[in-house]
Design a protein around this ligand. Structure first.
Ligand code: NAG
Ligand code: NAG
Length: 607
């Protein structure tokens, strides 16, 4: 077994009876260097900054207070640590009354930020360093921007642990230098299939901030429901599930402010022109097509949707574009991020056949194809999405679409502007390779690795395929596009599956530059408040580290999944302690007995 100090936490037996731990925060910082002189007590930490009247002074102070008061309240005892000597980690046993030298008390944090006013947007510098020296009673933090400083605080709060009684300690001296490998580190939540309350969304944001994920991609609407209020078209929420399952303007502002205070950007998605029925149909029935068709999964040549209920925008009807402009403009005023997601996935040609204008458009020129039809959408809609009149004045608005707009076999458009960001979801790193090769910036959400909803079986009802009592191998019936056990992207993506994903495999350096990062996605057919946190956490944190500092030991280049194990098991307990209802990953026995539950004795089995 090989234990890298910078990657593992080791219990250090001290002369004093309190024991300290070289805590291993999640995500693993790029570099941690420990010394040996032993822990310091954490006294009342005063935050001293060089803010000089920045508008972000309050935000930084609040973030520090949250981190520090959480550390005080939790009195955290690491729950799972890498430990090469003992059979399992000793919980610190000090009385808290040991005498320490005066210099062994930490009493302040000296924070220096180079650019206090940098906006939270794509590519903002998130680097920071933390230094605790034996000779000093203050913790020194340097960051380029406030957003890096916030990451420093979430690292610091994980370093502060209980001394076994009422006190807090930090193992030191320590120097941490840290920054993300990728600027885009996200979670997609879906409130179109099922509603998620504001409180539960905030709980997800707490988890995001703690694991240094910086994007909440909010798939707000879908064909099933329209839960967000619009001033211009208040009738849209007739298609919310109930008047209580609606996000008011105030709710949206509340979520965005909560996220912003924690360094998390909120990127809205209004899925167009596919996955569109609810809401739109309340504005004008003529702008949607096929909403009243049978979705025909049982008669595939006629299918109008890949899941119930069908509906797409009528992309030939000019009225459609007036409504799209109004909706986009209003939401751009509320979601002010530099990115906006406009969907673009899973267009079903058959659905378009239900529109008279589209049938006429095809009849006018028999050479026209569904590719041309999608091109018409892209050519007409993109100028709306980039016009400053509609972006709330933002000059740097960038549009995200799902990869289908360029990769769909039956309906991709021919010429899609290269400044549109593509979100890859099919065929793993092959599509990342393809899209970056075409010159697009890419967000990686490969379903076979990063979809959090996979593996829960099929949900469509009246499904006779489940009525099978035996088959030759006693296997579950395999249906729904090849996913084993009934869901298209089954099986379930475990944290190890997520963490070990080499999403830039086979890319040239130039292509790698075009990968903005990763987003785990949780589509909501079988998700609401009751299960959202347990489906997201702690698996999203595995993606957090994957995108922050990667899945490899920086020294050896080997995959560090085995070293990640204790880190993520501990982090799951930490999430629970701060109120994020993360699921257990293992029997608690495995948490208390490091490596006892490994499949392979050889700690280098994963490479
Ligand atoms: C939809 O229209 C196209 C083009 O006319 C045709 O090829 C296709 O069969 C139609 N689909 C259905 C389900 O009728
Ligand atoms: C994924 O790859 C397979 C095998 O090359 C191919 O048949 C399939 O069409 C691809 N899927 C998509 C959505 O492009």
């Amino acid at each position: 077994m090989r234990f890298t100090e910078t990657l593992t936490a080791i219990v250090v037996g001290l002369a004093a009876s309190a024991e300290a731990v070289k805590v291993n925060p999640l995500p693993a910082p790029q570099s941690v260097t420990w010394g040996e002189s032993g822990p310091k007590n954490v006294g009342w930490l005063e935050l001293r900054t060089d803010a000089r009247g920045s508008k972000n002074q309050r935000l930084v102070r609040d973030a520090f207070d949250r981190a520090y008061s959480t550390a005080r309240k939790l009195q955290w005892v690491p729950q799972a640590i890498e430990e090469p000597i003992l059979k399992y980690p000793e919980i610190p046993t000090g009385t808290g009354n040991e005498k320490r030298e005066a210099s062994s008390w930490l009493s302040g944090v000296d924070l220096k930020i180079a650019d206090w006013d940098a906006e939270l947007k794509h590519g903002v510098d998130e680097s920071y360093d933390i230094k605790i020296e034996a000779s000093s009673n203050s913790i020194k933090i340097n960051a380029e921007t406030v957003w890096g400083a916030l990451h420093a605080f979430t690292t610091l709060q994980q370093l502060i642990i209980s001394d076994g009684k009422q006190g807090l300690i930090i193992e030191q001296p320590v120097e941490i230098k840290d920054e993300p490998n990728f600027p885009y580190r996200g979670l997609m939540l879906d409130s179109g299939r099922n509603f998620i309350t504001v409180a539960k969304i905030k709980e997800q944001i707490d988890g995001l901030a703690l694991s240094k994920l910086n994007i909440l991609h909010w798939h707000i609407t879908d064909s099933q429901s329209w839960p967000i209020h619009l001033d211009k078209y208040p009738q849209v929420t007739k298609d919310a599930y109930s008047p209580r399952e609606v996000y008011s303007n105030r709710d949206v502002a509340d979520i965005i402010a909560y996220a912003h205070a924690r360094g998390v950007r909120v990127i809205p998605e209004i899925d167009m022109p596919g996955h569109s029925a609810s809401g739109w149909q309340q504005i004008d029935e003529s702008i949607v097509t096929c909403v009243d068709s049978w979705w025909s999964n049982d008669d595939w040549p006629k299918h109008t949707a890949v899941q119930p209920n069908p509906g797409q925008l009528d992309v030939i009807n000019e009225k459609t574009y007036d409504v799209v402009t109004d909706v986009y403009r209003e939401l751009s005023g509320r979601f002010t991020d530099d990115f906006f997601h406009v969907g673009g996935d899973e267009l079903q040609p058959n659905c378009f056949n239900f529109s008279l204008p589209i049938r006429q458009w095809f009849a006018e020129d028999p050479s026209r194809t569904y590719h041309d039809l999608n091109q018409h959408w892209v050519d007409t809609a993109m100028p709306i999405f980039t016009d400053e009149k509609n972006t709330g004045g933002r000059k740097d608005r960038r549009i995200i679409m799902w990869e289908d707009v360029v990769l769909s076999h039956d309906s991709s458009a021919h010429n899609v502007p290269k400044d549109i960001i593509m979100q890859a979801w099919n065929n793993g790193s092959d599509h990342v390779n393809k899209l970056t090769g075409m010159g697009y910036d890419v967000i990686v959400s490969s379903a076979d690795f990063l979809y959090l909803d996979c593996g829960h079986g099929g949900y469509v009802t009246n499904d006779a395929r489940y009525n099978v009592q035996e088959n030759p191998d006693w296997e579950h019936p395999n249906f729904n596009y090849g996913g084993t056990g009934g869901s298209w992207c089954a099986p379930y993506n475990t944290w190890q599956r997520i963490y070990m994903y080499d999403f830039t495999r086979g890319l040239t350096d130039e292509q790698k530059e075009k990968v903005l990062g990763v987003a785990v996605t949780l589509f909501g057919e079988q998700v609401d408040d009751t299960v959202v946190s347990s489906k997201v956490w702690p698996r999203a944190a595995a993606a957090g580290e994957l995108a922050w500092s990667g899945n490899r030991d920086p020294e050896t280049g080997k995959k560090r999944a085995t070293y990640m194990t204790q880190r993520i098991l501990n982090f799951r307990e930490y999430l629970l302690a701060v109120g994020v209802e993360a699921a257990p990953l293992v029997p608690k026995y495995c948490l208390q007995h490091p490596h006892a539950c490994d499949l392979y004795y050889d700690q280098d089995a994963v490479e």
